[in-house]
Write a protein that binds this ligand. Sequence first.
Ligand SMILES: [Zn+2]
Length: 189
Amino acid sequence: MSTKKQQQEESEILAGEMCPFCHEKKLVLMDMKKEIPFFGALFIFSMDCSGCGYHKADIEAEKQGEPSKYTIELSSEEDMKIRVVKSSFATVKIPHVGDITPGPSSNGYVTNVEGVLNRMVKQLEIIRDNAEEEEESRKKAKNMIKKLHKVIWGQEKQKLIIEDPTGNSAIISDKAIKEKLKVTKKIEE
Ligand SMILES: [Zn+2]
């Protein structure tokens, strides 16, 4: 028997599956188990179609936590390396900048703080570059992008909040404050 620590990563890939959207056999399904330090085992699923560009990904913790809210005060470039686990049900709040909200097209992923901020930058760039948006909101988006770049370079402080009613998300740092998230039931329309 080997004394070497067993690698906790297992993955399964199915290629050439029928895509439910373009009906071409170009869908790749991936299912992976990954060990995240100070978090535990995580299952990562993804679907990618090279035919139509469809992409869906999500994560699920092996040991699911309770609905939670993580808050962190970002104050240095070093903070950008902090690992973030975000499920498709999580809401990312960047106070005074914007939110990344869950929805049918939202994805789950493992990233770091910089990755989260860059996703927000991309979201703002779409507004900034959209000629149909009002001049005022385009200008605001442009200023927010500038602000986020300063945060990424460690020149400006910024709060980052991740709320997940499914308890699958986390900001993995001693600096992060974890609270129980009060889950309000959605009112059916
Ligand atoms: Zn497709």
